[in-house]
Design a protein around this ligand. Structure first.
Ligand SMILES: Cc1ncc(COP(=O)(O)O)c(C=O)c1O
Length: 391
């Protein structure tokens, strides 16, 4: 049977992980307490040049906690991208609020120009609070996603957010390691610019803990509250006193046992992913009808996912046909997620400027990008992409 070249698989250093897991198991520290959680949190804080980080069970849990601590209520609306994995949007519904969908720009991230136009033309400000003209609902926050490891235009977005008094949640689940190399936010990592930033360590992410997430926040008090809410808001460990409603969202020591070794390898993973991206870029630029998307040139990206745009006329088949042809060759690829404004639970929600998101959705395929991808595997993908092009 032909060996499958997967899209994105974990790159795990077995020996140190086994040693950490053994320590968890032998000591009994397998749950929401233990030294690996603190160690992993400290390493993420140092890596991202943040004061503190709080480990949670998943990126989704982090997003839910972020909306909760920012005081998003059930009568509110929250601006979100339509081009994203649905986990960036569902937490808005968890707190009872309503997502309003905004389209993307060529980075695939939320388009700051559309965002500004929506806020200027469709909203009004009263006593420093932004409201939607149509629904009269308050809009207190915005969730943006740094899609596929790219960085959204944070300079424009933060400026707009401050003018309309919006809290900014940076869904950086795909962008751990991406940082600005130019402009106002030079040196700043994805997840450290908005009010709250979230990472995910799901199995397909650049580093993994199986499942897990981490939250950063500008305001340390907010982060302390997130930590408290993640452990059922327990104010007293002995008498179990709770003065608000919390969640069981704290990271496990077992998860952190993986994370603390994975973060040590992150820069090496990015180095490999950069090298592989460059190799693909060169080869794909010579295949008529295929374009490998660029990353934001003002950043050092983490090169998490490699997205090709398929021009049906010039390449000779559309992205769905190419996907199937690649599957027959043992090459796993993925289209962009179904756009969220077109998903059943959100069909009635307001959507603003989805044309570009639809355009990219119809043309983009992500090609194998694991940080442990072999040189021969990359060559196979390139050769197959070349050979499938219709003459
Ligand atoms: C954009 C985006 N947001 C949120 C999440 C949710 O993270 P998790 O799977 O850790 O809950 C993911 C990944 O899974 C994601 O890609």
């Amino acid at each position: 049977m032909k060996k499958v070249i997967n899209l994105s698989v974990p790159n795990l250093d077995v020996e140190p992980i086994l040693s950490n897991l053994r320590e968890c198991i032998e000591s009994g520290w397998v749950s929401t307490g233990g030294r690996f959680i603190t160690e992993f949190e400290n390493k993420i804080a140092v890596y991202t040049k943040s004061k503190k980080a709080v480990g949670v069970q998943s990126g989704t849990a982090g997003l839910h906690l972020a909306l909760d601590v920012l005081g998003v209520k059930s009568e509110d609306e929250v601006l979100v991208p339509t081009l994203t994995f649905i986990a960036a949007v569902n937490p808005v519904t968890y707190v009872g609020a309503t997502p309003v969908f905004i389209g993307c720009d060529d980075s695939l991230c939320i388009d700051p120009n559309l965002l500004e136009k929506f806020l200027k033309e469709e909203c009004f400000i009263k006593n420093g609070v932004t409201y939607n003209k149509k629904t009269l609902k308050r809009i207190p926050a915005l969730i943006l996603v740094h899609v596929f490891g790219n960085m959204a235009d944070m300079e424009k977005i933060m400026d707009i957010a401050s003018r309309f008094n919006l809290k900014v949640i940076e869904d950086s689940t795909e962008a751990l390691g991406t940082y600005y190399t130019a402009g106002k936010y030079v040196g700043k990592y994805a997840g450290t610019i908005g009010d709250i930033g979230i990472y995910s360590f799901n199995a397909n992410k650049i580093i993994t803990t199986g499942g897990g997430g981490m939250v950063l926040a500008k305001d340390e008090k907010i982060l302390d509250r997130i930590r408290s809410l993640s452990t059922q808001a327990k104010k007293d460990d002995l008498y179990f006193i709770h003065d608000e409603i919390g969640y069981n969202y704290r990271m496990l020591n077992l998860q952190a046992a993986l994370g603390t070794t994975q973060i040590d390898g992150l820069e090496k993973f990015i180095e490999t992913k950069t090298k592989n991206y460059m190799r693909y870029k060169e080869a794909i630029s010579k295949i008529e009808g295929l374009t490998l998307l660029d990353f934001n040139s003002a950043t050092r990206p983490n090169y998490w996912f490699y997205s090709i745009v398929v021009d049906e006329k010039r390449y000779g088949m559309n992205k769905d046909k190419l996907l199937n042809a690649l599957v027959s060759e043992g090459i796993q690829t993925r289209p962009i997620w179904g756009l969220i404004h077109e998903q059943k639970p959100y069909l009635k929600n307001e959507t603003y400027g989805s044309e570009k998101a639809i355009w990219y959705h119809n043309r983009v395929l992500n090609i194998p990008c694991s940080s442990n991808l072999g040189d021969d595997e990359i060559q196979t993908v390139i050769d197959v992409l070349k050979s499938l092009k219709k003459k």
